[in-house]
Design a protein. Structure first.
Length: 485
């Protein structure tokens, strides 16, 4: 049953609302003290009134008991003064006085009912045995009962006991009246507190309503005017909105860069097509006037453009495969990195020889690591290829392999043209080239370094470039030796 109630509460929307909770908390903080004060006030009044009444009746009873002892009332009851006194007192306290002799017999009852009966209550027995005043309270009938011994003050001899009952109806009536007033006051306080709690919960949470409105408006489509929405009421709402704006501008950035990427892709794919179109058009227009040699030359150019187109498409496909999304999976296996690097250098030797660039390899430590050989090989190959392509006559490219704690470190340095400082932050951008026409001339697509970087990041590694324009460039790649699962 409890679990059921809990589940119900969990699912009820208003119970989960912060507004509702603030309302309840303020309400409880306001009402609980007023209930406690009411109860304490009534209780303390009751105790005080009862204490006073007990003291008063006890005093009076003791005086009468002393009187009874002195006048020897128990042996000679013919004493109208005492009778009068007892009647007056019982009227005063709206109660009753019983005089009991040492044989526990009631010899005088102001009500006249119990005269001649025996009363053997524990209080009476105690008094007979020398106890002082006793008091008890009958909650049900609202009676206070006081028992005092009748004794000789000099000898201490007990002649009997005086039992006084006094009505506490007056106190009860007062308590009830007080309770009613306090209750009315409490209801008024509760209503006021409820109103305050409602107003407070509504105003305190108003800024959050603004946030909800702002976020909902985004759901219906990106709103460029959104940055204008600020909720500075609280530090928290300001932080939420700042984070939200940050997220939105990030989304916009992604959106923009996607657009730019599509524009770049189309441009890159269109350029070779445009060249081919120009080449083929001029062949068509020239008609029969073209000799076989020119034909051949034009066809060679067209074939070169087809190769370019192919390269761009292949690079784009590699990039998509490595683009940090769930399709980019690493096929990890222990791999001899030294052998892998040597294989890369071997593959690129013809290219280096063509440009007259010397390839050097230095192994400072033998390395075996858990990597995706195909992807890492592609990454390093791009770096070495760039180092050869952007080199000078008689230049060199040096690849080193080392271990640094839990990482392997591969550096690719060259004696090439270098990268200007202002471009170094952008070389990993897709389609970015420092010198567009030069890069195109030597067959670059501007995608090589993005492919490299993505492959290295997939391995949880890092890549860093240092370069001095005109002197050369060094790329440093760090990759963990063990892939953490
Ligand atoms: P690309 O296909 O044009 O070579 P990359 O992404 O591989 O594209 O490189 C981006 C740009 O960075 C290149 O166009 C080139 O300007 C510059 N770059 C890359 N590597 C080097 C290097 N080793 N020396 C000088 N410039 C380099």
């Amino acid at each position: 049953m409890r679990a059921l109630i809990n589940r119900f509460l969990q699912n009820v929307r208003f119970y989960r609302s912060l507004k509702f909770r603030i309302f309840i908390i303020v309400l409880l903080i306001g009402i609980i003290p007023s209930v406690i004060v009411r109860l304490m006030m009534i209780n303390s009044y009751k105790n005080r009134a009862m204490g006073q009444k007990t003291a008063e009746v006890t005093n009076q009873s003791a005086i009468v008991a002393a009187h009874l002892a002195r006048t020897d009332y128990l042996s000679d009851m013919n004493n109208p003064v005492i009778d009068d006194e007892l009647t007056q007192l019982s009227n005063l306290y709206d109660g009753r006085f019983l005089v009991i002799d040492d044989s526990y017999k009631v010899i005088k009852d102001t009500y006249g009912k119990s005269q001649g009966r025996y009363i053997v209550s524990s209080e009476v027995i105690s008094c007979m045995n020398g106890s002082r005043n006793m008091s008890s309270f009958d909650e049900v009938n609202n009676y206070l009962e006081i028992t005092v011994p009748i004794l000789d003050e000099v000898t201490g001899k007990v002649y009997g006991a005086l039992v006084a009952s006094a009505s506490t109806d007056g106190i009860r009536d007062n308590v009830e009246l007080l309770g009613r007033r306090a209750y009315t006051l409490e209801v008024i306080i509760s209503v006021v507190v409820m109103l305050i709690a409602y107003a407070l919960s509504a105003t305190l949470l108003r800024p959050f309503d603004k946030i909800i409105k702002a976020v909902s408006s985004v759901r219906e489509g990106f709103d460029p005017g959104l940055e204008a929405i600020e909720v500075p009421d609280y530090t928290e709402t300001k932080d939420i909105m700042d984070a939200f704006h940050h997220l939105m501008s990030r989304m916009k950035e992604v959106d923009d860069s996607r657009e730019e990427f599509v524009a770049n892709v189309s441009h890159e794919l269109k350029t070779p097509l445009a060249s081919m179109k120009v080449l083929s058009d001029s062949l068509i227009q020239s008609g029969d006037a073209v000799d076989a040699e020119t034909y051949r030359e034009f066809m060679v150019d067209i074939a070169a453009e087809v190769d370019r187109e192919n390269k761009v498409i292949n690079d784009l496909l590699s990039l998509v495969k490595l683009d940090g999304n769930e399709t980019a999976q690493l096929n990890l296996a222990t791999c001899d990195i030294s052998a892998m690097l040597q294989q890369i250098l071997k593959t690129l030797t013809p290219l280096a020889q063509k440009d007259g660039v010397e390839l050097l390899y230095e192994e400072k430590a033998h390395v075996e690591a858990d990597v995706d050989e195909v992807k890492l090989s592609l990454a390093i190959m791009n770096l070495v290829e760039n180092a050869i392509k952007y080199n000078k006559e008689e230049g060199w490219v040096k690849v080193t392999l080392d271990i640094d704690v839990q990482f392997m470190v591969i550096t690719v340095s060259d004696s090439g043209i270098g990268i200007p400082e202002e471009s170094i932050g952008r070389i990993y951008d897709r389609f970015y080239r420092v010198d567009k026409s030069h890069s195109r001339e030597i067959g670059g697509t501007g995608l090589g370094l993005s492919i490299t970087r993505n492959a290295i990041l997939l391995h949880r590694g890092a890549i860093k470039a240092a370069s001095i324009a005109g002197e050369g460039t060094t790329f440093t790649v760090k990759i963990p030796l063990e892939a953490d699962v």
